[in-house]
Design a protein around this ligand. Sequence first.
Ligand SMILES: O=C(O)C1=C[C@@H](OP(=O)(O)O)[C@@H](O)[C@H](O)C1
Ligand SMILES: C=C(OP(=O)(O)O)C(=O)O
Length: 447
Amino acid sequence: MSHPAARPLKGCPSPALKGLATVPGDKSISHRSLILGGMALGETWITGLLEAEDVLNTANAVRAFGASVVRQGPGAWKVSGTGVGGWRRPEDVLDFGNAGTGSRLMMGAMATTPVSAVFTGDASLRKRPMKRVLEPLTLFGTEYEAQPGGLMPLTVKGAVQAMPVTYHVPMASAQVKSAMLLAALNAPGTSRISQTTLTRDHTERMLKAFGANITVGPAEDGGEVISITGEAELKGIKIAVPRDPSSAAFPLVAALIVPGSEVTLTDVMLNPRRTGLFDTLKEMGADLEIRNAHDAGGEMVGDLVVRASQLKGIEVPPARVSDMIDEFPILSVAAAFAEGKTVMRGLEELRVKESDRLAAIIAGLRANGVTVEELPDGLIVHGMGVGGVPGGGSVVTHLDHRIAMSFLVMGFAAKSAVMVDDAAMIATSFPVFESLMKDLGAVFEAA
Ligand SMILES: O=C(O)C1=C[C@@H](OP(=O)(O)O)[C@@H](O)[C@H](O)C1
Ligand SMILES: C=C(OP(=O)(O)O)C(=O)O
């Protein structure tokens, strides 16, 4: 619930970035590996787990429900699960820190087991909407008590006699979809979960790998219907977590906007529901090549080779938003260095992330001399070209790791350093961000 003291930091004008870097494991897949491992029978062996605060909080929560979760070495974890329905009541409050994914998926995972648990988090997570998960979970017979507005701290009481559900997820959220799928695992019969927008599908893929009876088919509205049969027997598996494209986005954009740079990012996950940023940057004129693309344990991975480029502004297709939902802070920074306007719409979900990201991006760009128009569901960034961004501003990060990393990256290519008020939150998703960027040649200064 508490955070280390805020750590202000500056991203400073940097020489050309050069070299090879490997970002840590994917955050979404790391959370899911631990949770499904904890629900399965037998051992799940995970390599490449992202050892960041968000994921470590999920590890603690899975342990609190009675599974054994043991670190074997760097990124190597063994989970011995209880079997679906075998979770016991945690002895203490579950603190998920800053993590929407960890907390919402765990609410689903326990919702159909007759135990109760108290969920809380940091000041950011306690502002985020939880009713989007809690309300549909009541269809299974789950009960809850929350702060006014459906906020944390809250108690979830798992259904004593769960029933299968048919539910259409009304917003573009993979977390809500995943919570419903995880809850359906311990409800008898077949549940049907549909969604119009195709959001990241890591839960569906991993459920198949663990042996769940799950099928994904087209829906009449162009979306998908997922059918999943409950009282499932999941069996522990081996998982090699691929590298996180949402983390790769930061060195990738840094290399595009710092003149003379050439950087290779190895083994990055290329799941098409996560690669919207790469497509967008290519359309903007990025010199970005994907090499050695291959299947690695059910997900495509490849190396990204990126060279500094003069980008041009474009209109980002709204249909692509969910494939790059976490990348709008760093895309907005790239857009500041483009020539012409970049228009981004359909971003209403950004208002309910770790911060109101739309507001935080706009304030950060303006503080650094970039002209930006606010739309109800998006923004228009007026690009200033390579070398044209003044910088020199201070950015309020509102406990949001992606706002912190994005504006530090801006500082590498701006005329003057950019200060962020708190770099401590970067540890929630990308603890080695600073060292990895420094190894490529980026310059930071304690502020
Ligand atoms: O399912 C996941 O792992 C995630 C889903 C997205 O959130 P929403 O489901 O709220 O869109 C994303 O922003 C988050 O970083 C991770
Ligand atoms: C939105 C994010 O994460 P979460 O919802 O898990 O806090 C993110 O990492 O950008």
